[in-house]
Design a binder for this molecule. Structure first.
Ligand code: ASP
Length: 324
């Protein structure tokens, strides 16, 4: 067995020219720290489910990324968070959507997977379930950062009808002359996810997001939908996606990768690339994904300018990357 953890912090218009060397270091350091947490779980013989949970909790707590604290705003200037987790060994899964008081949405998704006879809770019912599970609840303002709010105002002013990917929202912001710029240009964000293979040969996937900036209230993306933004089966692979959620839902993107492997004998890379570079672009889908197969092969394709990403195997140095 060749245990490995792979993470992403979202994809989008992340341009080299707009990023200071210091900010770049900050991102690499954050990704590295998350990978070390996941790596430690795997090195101790922990499960893939534990490794992806631990990694996503770290990513949710980091305001650099669009999940948990630092989540993007809806058109009403509120937050609606979505998350899902899946255990490739048992095909058990748990998901929550449209919550705004659960500090770590991925822990709520995991509680659904482990402690409920249902697989998907939304809104008030999801929050009630999380509270009953003893999870940490917070005021909705906990998730807000001034940078995200300014990003919302800018998108609403310039493209009121559009809901935009977090990194693309940042790119709009960065294209403005600094004199009229309301933001700290150094801030960047991203939906988050993790996939892992553990020493027992089990796969798992987890994804958590604030969604897309200026989304309509009640909108749910691909992240919490099993088969669209999140999927894991020991038979094939584990996948976590980031990007324009509507297209990932329409293409059932994560499951399509697993299905191609299972039905056509495609390798992980062939299947993931077909979805990322053929299926999704054919309907205007933009973003990226991370995936690992049951042998420990990994792939991290994206069709945007960049994707915050990295991977680590127990005993070797984590690898982190941002651009192509
Ligand atoms: N896929 C997420 C959504 O549509 C957004 C993202 O990945 O940035 O909610």
């Amino acid at each position: 067995m060749n245990p490995v953890i792979v993470i992403h912090g979202g994809a989008g218009a992340i341009s080299r020219s707009a990023m200071s060397a210091e900010k770049e270091r900050e991102y690499h350091a954050a990704l590295r720290q998350v990978l070390q947490v996941g790596q430690a779980v795997l090195a101790a013989g922990g499960s893939a489910v534990d490794a992806v949970t631990a990694a996503v909790v770290e990513l949710e707590d980091c305001p650099l990324f669009n999940a948990g604290r630092g989540a993007v705003f809806t058109s009403d200037a509120t937050h609606e968070l979505d998350a899902a987790i899946m255990d490739g060994a048992s095909l058990r899964t748990g998901a929550i959507a449209n919550v705004h008081h659960i500090r770590n949405p991925i822990l709520a998704a995991r509680s659904v997977m482990q402690n409920s006879r249902h697989v998907f809770f939304v809104g008030e019912g999801a929050e009630r379930f999380a509270r009953a599970q003893g999870l940490t609840m917070v005021e909705a303002s906990y998730f807000s950062t001034p940078e995200r709010h300014a990003q919302l105002l800018r998108v609403q002013r310039d493209t009121p009808e559009a809901a935009v990917l977090d990194h693309d929202g940042q790119a709009i912001v960065e294209s403005q002359p600094p004199a009229v710029h309301p933001l700290d240009l150094d801030k960047k964000f991203g939906t988050v996810g993790a996939v892992a293979l553990d020493a027992h040969g089990n796969l798992a996937a987890a994804t958590s997001t604030g969604g897309i900036t200026n989304k309509q209230v009640g909108r749910v993306g691909d992240a919490p939908l099993v088969g669209a933004g999140t999927y894991a089966s020991n038979q094939t692979c584990a996948v976590s996606a980031t990007g324009t959620g509507e297209m990932y839902i329409r293409k059932v993107a994560a499951y399509d990768i697993a299905a191609r492997m299972r039905y056509t004998g495609a390798t992980l890379e062939q299947a993931a690339h077909a979805v990322m570079f053929e299926e999704l672009p054919s309907i205007g889908g933009k973003g990226g994904l991370i995936a690992v197969d049951a042998k420990g092969n990994i792939t991290l394709p994206f069709n945007t300018e960049g994707m915050y990403r990295g991977y680590a195997r127990p005993g070797s140095d984590p690898v982190t990357e941002i651009y192509r």
